[in-house]
Design a protein around this ligand. Structure first.
Ligand code: FAD
Length: 422
């Protein structure tokens, strides 16, 4: 793993040095700058030199390639395919996928550090990249040699894009009650049913689909890969959303959709377990995206307090607002510690990993939403204007409390663990 990490680092640094020469128009008014971070909230603390390098590459990419466009991507609902492919050139398309199929082979903690940094440039785009990474990891981990070779290299380069298909119109929090059926017919499955709220749906190429091959409950669920262009695969209208506008969300519909049995990942009946294992990492990733937003918003609030004058002095002189900023910074740092601890637990396959991932997702997405919302409040009326990035961070991270398991479902997972007989 260390060798793989070093190789990835040198690849990331090399690609980035040629890439960073390009001149970009930067709108300094809304861009959170990595420079001048107060020491107490510096996300580089506690990281190895190698992790600091990954982080710098990601922060620079966020500032130069994402932040100048995040408002436009949001407003025009642009899915920034070419930007994501450039991110993939830096190794961000398959961060925790194994190197033999094109991945960067990095750890869950490295991944969290990277997604936090990228999110300071655009939460919505980074969140999609995180879902794409989760799909690539699922295929890398549960696919056989042929499947890994067939799908992973194009996913890691983001030549192709992936979607994760679990939720259905009638099964959200109770995901194990899903109804999309996959009946075996010779060496094919015939899929019928529909998936709701699928990130990237309609614009992506590879659909990792949880479907029912057996009886009721979790044990009757399998996981198959459905490729764009398969007869019987279609999509609903693009959903109109509060945030996450740089990525499309659509229903994915299967009508007598014929998929080779060769596209099944793992064994029949293993699908729900695969889906949940993917989501453990997904929850760390989405929480990391919330950290990036909160980090950016603490800095935006601080910068605004230093220049905005009311009652004859800058807001930074007001003790109520000083204390508010201190609370926001504390919530950010506490969230980051939890997310990074959960990432370590998952990496080490510890017995507390599932609960820690759920705790981190619950705590960080709630706290970071609060941080961003308070930052908006500290901007007064300006915070409500689309010229100011703070409102987009608020809109974009609201959904992190809802998806990849709602925060109520996180409470169910944690309390079930606590109340299980030892
Ligand atoms: C923008 C967006 C993108 C998404 N992307 C994807 C994707 O790519 N792939 C995918 O598979 N899904 C995706 N989802 C779906 C998402 O995971 C679900 O919306 C989520 O799991 C909640 O399901 P639901 O919407 O059906 O809500 P419901 O399950 O109907 O829940 C409604 C409310 O009731 C609460 N609730 C339900 N049961 C209980 C209980 N027993 N105890 C306490 N509270 C309870 C919930 O927490 C929630 O607050 C996405 C959703 C959104 C909004």
């Amino acid at each position: 793993m260390a060798a793989a990490g070093a190789a990835s680092l040198s690849r990331i640094s090399r690609l980035f040095s040629s890439f960073s020469c390009r001149k970009q128009r930067i709108n300094v008014k809304i861009i959170p700058q990595r420079r001048g971070i107060s020491s107490c909230i510096d996300p580089a603390h506690g990281l190895t030199d190698e992790q600091k390098e990954f982080q710098k590459v990601a922060f620079d990419f966020a500032a130069k390639e994402m932040a100048p466009h995040m408002a436009e991507w949001d407003h025009k609902e642009i899915f920034p395919v070419e930007t994501m492919r450039r991110a993939a050139q830096l190794g961000f398309g398959g961060i925790y996928v194994q190197p033999d199929v094109g991945g960067s082979g990095l750890s869950r903690l490295d991944t969290s550090v990277i997604f936090e940094a990228l999110s300071t440039g655009c939460v919505s785009t980074t969140a999609y990249i995180s879902i794409h990474n989760m799909c690539a990891w699922v295929i890398d981990t549960f696919g056989n040699a042929e499947q890994r070779e067939r799908f992973c290299p194009d996913l890691c380069s983001m030549e192709k894009f992936a979607s994760y298909c679990l939720t259905e119109p009638g099964s959200g929090s109770d995901a194990a009650s899903l109804l999309t059926s996959a009946h075996r017919s010779g060496d094919h499955y015939v899929l019928n049913g529909s998936k709701a709220f699928i990130s990237g749906g309609g614009d992506t190429d590879v659909y990792v689909v949880m479907c029912r091959t057996g009886g009721k409950g979790a044990k009757g669920i399998s996981c198959v890969v459905v490729e764009r262009g398969t007869a019987g695969l279609s999509f609903g209208k693009k959903e109109r959303k509060v945030g996450w506008n740089s990525q499309p969300t659509r229903a994915v519909i299967f009508e007598d959709c014929v998929v080779p049995v060769n596209n099944r990942l793992g064994e029949e009946g293993q699908g729900f377990s695969i889906a949940m294992k993917g989501l453990n990492g997904g929850r760390i990733n989405i929480a990391s995206c919330s950290l990036g937003a909160a980090h950016a918003c603490v800095q935006l609030a601080r910068d605004h307090m230093m220049v905005r004058k009311q009652f004859g002095e800058t807001l930074s002189k007001n003790q109520f607002l000083q204390f508010k900023l201190a609370e926001m910074a504390s919530q950010l740092v506490a969230s980051r510690l939890m997310v990074r601890e959960a990432a370590r637990a998952l990496q080490e396959n510890r017995s507390d990993a599932v609960s820690l991932c759920s705790m981190a997702k619950l705590f960080a997405t709630d706290q970071c939403f609060n941080v961003c919302n308070e930052a908006l409040q500290m901007h007064g009326g300006y915070g409500y204007l689309k010229d100011y990035a703070v409102q987009q961070f608020v809109r974009d991270i609201r959904v992190h409390q809802i998806l990849e398991g709602t925060n109520e479902v996180m409470r169910m997972i944690i309390s079930r663990d606590l109340l299980t007989d030892l």
